[in-house]
Write a protein that binds this ligand. Structure first.
Ligand SMILES: [Mn+2]
Length: 320
């Protein structure tokens, strides 16, 4: 269908509703927060009664978003009456942790599904999934532009956050002419680009970087498999006062900078004869490899758990 017609239909649906529930995915990233708060800012300006729900509250470094404090993780909202529910940046309802909550909503409001993931399950009553968009924030921006809706500074800052996040600041494969063009337009609408960059990139504490340094110093390259591998032990996290989930940043970082291996593996020795592993690649299907050892995941990001512990040797490390 012609996207302009879809965009007009979407505008009518949003304007006809009075009470709107906006939902985005768990562990929200810059696109989840940018697309949801960008839409939220506009709906608030239209004097709508809007609730912004996320299973996990936004991380502190998104404090620059005007709507930062408006997110709720209180599932009580699902007992309230809404005319419309909008789900953003989520391929399915499980991804935003509301599959069992949506049916609780009184009066069964219509569900709008707005996304850019090709794997989207089209679970909405209305689905607006634009797979050539860099981000859901870009879909929302295209919607505003198509409807000649004025984008203010708060909306622009939110939406640019989404585009910059999902393109890794215009460095990954999602980077596109439309994405850059729309980002430029958002800056012309007052998007606080320097503040976004500072908050998204300049947000690592020194202890975290020490842990990253440790992981980097232990990198071993195996040319036969075209893989760069490293490990951390549970003690390493404790030593720097960090949590196990702080590991995600390091493997994504390595995946974005290692130039002489096609695949990255990061192992974490959990200390109980279990090793948790994560794969990343920018081109190889690592989910297939993870599956071979009992794990799974996405094509370019996958994980697994195996029995054993990690031992340092003169030639690097090995699993025993
Ligand atoms: Mn996204």
């Amino acid at each position: 269908m012609n996207k302009d017609i879809e965009f007009r239909g979407l505008k009518n649906a949003l304007l006809q509703a009075e009470r709107i529930l906006v939902i985005t995915h768990k562990k929200p990233d810059g696109d989840a927060l940018g697309s949801s708060s960008g839409l939220y800012e506009w709906l608030k300006d239209q004097n709508k009664n809007v609730k912004l729900f996320c299973r996990d509250l936004p991380p502190a470094h998104y404090g620059y978003l005007n709507a930062y404090l408006d997110y709720t993780d209180d599932t009580d909202v699902f007992n309230q009456e809404f005319d419309l529910v909008v789900v953003l940046d989520s391929g399915d309802l499980g991804y935003c942790g509301v599959a069992e909550l949506i049916p609780l909503l009184p009066n069964k409001p219509k569900l709008l599904n707005i996304d850019h993931h090709p794997t989207n399950r089209l679970y909405g009553d209305v689905n607006l999934v634009i797979t050539n968009a860099t981000s859901t924030a870009e879909v929302i921006t295209r919607f505003f532009i198509a409807n000649k809706i004025e984008i203010n500074q708060a909306m622009a800052t939110s939406l640019l956050t989404g585009i910059l996040t999902d393109t890794s600041h215009f460095s990954n494969a999602a980077t596109s002419y439309d994405g850059m063009n729309i980002a430029g337009y958002l800056i012309s609408r007052g998007a606080r680009v320097n503040e976004i960059t500072k908050n998204l990139l300049k947000n690592k504490e020194t202890n975290l970087l020490k842990l990253w340094g440790l992981a980097m110093s232990r990198l071993v390259k195996n040319s036969n498999y075209d893989v760069a591998a490293t490990y951390l032990k549970l003690d390493d996290f404790e030593r720097f006062g960090l949590q196990i989930n702080d590991v995600e940043g390091i493997i994504n970082f390595l995946n974005s900078v290692v130039g002489d291996a096609e695949m990255i593996v990061l192992l974490v020795d959990m200390g109980n004869q279990k090793i948790k592993g994560s794969f990343r690649s920018v081109k190889r299907d690592v989910s297939a490899i993870a599956k071979l050892i009992g794990g799974g995941g996405h094509k370019l990001a996958a994980g697994f758990t195996i029995d054993g512990s990690i031992k340092e040797t003169v030639a690097g490390f090995k699993i025993i």
